[in-house]
Design a protein around this ligand. Sequence first.
Ligand code: G1P
Ligand code: ZN
Length: 549
Amino acid sequence: MNTDTAVVRVVPTTPFNDQRPGTSGLRKAVSRFQQKNYLENFIQSIFDSQSSRLPHTLVLGGDGRYYNREAIQIILRMAAANGFRHVKVGRGGILSTPATSCVIRKYKADCGIILSASHNPGGPQGDFGVKFNIDNGGPAPEKVTEAIFERSCTIESYKIVEAAPIDLDCLGQSQLGNMVVEIIDSVADHASLLESLFDFDQINTLLSSGGFRICFDALAAVTGPYAHAILEKRLGAPAGSVRQGTPLEDFGGGHPDPNLVYAHELVKIMYGDNGPDFGAASDGDGDRNMILGHGFFVTPSDSLAVMTANHRLIPAYRQGIAGVARSMPTSLAADMVARKLGLDCYETPTGWKFFGNLMDAGMATLCGEESFGTGANHIREKDGLWSVLFWLNILAARKQPVEKIVREHWHSYGRNYYSRHDYEDVEAERAHAVIASVKSRLPDLPGMKFGKNEVASADDFSYTDPVDGSTAGNQGIRICFTDAARIVLRLSGTGTHGATIRIYLEHFEQDSSKQDRDTQDALAHLIDIAHNLTNIVPLTGRTKPTVIT
Ligand code: G1P
Ligand code: ZN
């Protein structure tokens, strides 16, 4: 198609009232996105919110879930109509979230669109999502997502060109009106960035020795091609080390969330007799990770702490790191390390977008969330494969099993027993009643005793960004005890059915002789206190959580 034949159509439309992006983009059921003009309205709202600057280059891709390819064709035709000059698209429409961030930064693109509902199930009955990233490669900050939402409330038309579908499977450039569409290798840029950070030779020696076995479960989602290329082809892990490595539109019917519940096949392999030495999984769009040793699970909060404590083993961080940041509900394990090593440590609201300014300003190098997310300043998204390579590099350097490394860590820094209890699909009114009831008690809690536990402080977390002074209120309730235990309570911002209440529980144990307990047992007294404080059972009618991680 050449310039002269691209006819721009201006299509009248009316607003939808539910296009406010949540913790991580706009997520809805596929059927909602397939409604006439639904996707188009949201994409036009994104483009309109950027109109003060002339758009030039866009990076576009997704996790390969159902509706990915159709959405890409629509967005390409809309980008051409809205004046973009160049769009880089991952081959087959595939680009993981971290790879998109990498490509935006490497080629100095203006922005990116990632089509993913992350760890939510896919397929015609599943979810779809749209995430918008800015020129630093990170998720759009709240002021941008609010502008998109406001635009979506008043939108009257969108622009699109008439054109035949682009072949997404063939590398190279083609023309769509005035715009160049470039199909790029989905893996190459991200793989070479990762290679520049870690000691690939050392990891290769470990993985090709035959004495050390790994199992990486891509959960039939986007990381398959990345893991095959990096772990098997480049780093010498035997073929078959990557399982479920082909992205499927419905993730094989599974729930592409790397935790002990949804990655149960991997868990079975890792806890089996003669199981591999190292196991990992990633989520739908490749930004989350779960780390396992043989018969041993590393909590994401501990993973961040172990990375921070061992950063000098990694070539990219050998000269030192600027600081570490964690989301508020993430355990204080990283803080313990930062304190000992004299590193700055930041506490931000839930959601990766809050780390962006700290990394841009050179204040934080390593960042993490309890929700299976860790990453660093090489990009502006959390990065599943980066986390796997970080661990493999530690293992290659220390030549010790995962479990030994973590136990020694607890011995040095103390153990933060940690668990999250999710109550999913609760009626919204009931969920809000739970939060409201705790909020009303906050002023009376400090000094109050629950058995042996005394409340030191209780508040509704609000954050002032130290870089640009922007504020975010209502970010979750924190109840801190005098013995460094914590209970945190917040509502999810990513669900698509009803409301999800998350209760985060944390108990600190310095005494090495008490660091070997079952997590739920060690937290039992805090679980009781949380029930007592929240009245969650009578207010929701739920007697137990839907998912415990
Ligand atoms: C969840 C996690 C949060 C993460 C987000 C996107 O958000 O809790 O840490 O950044 O998914 O992966 P929530 O549903 O709690 O709002
Ligand atoms: Zn994700």
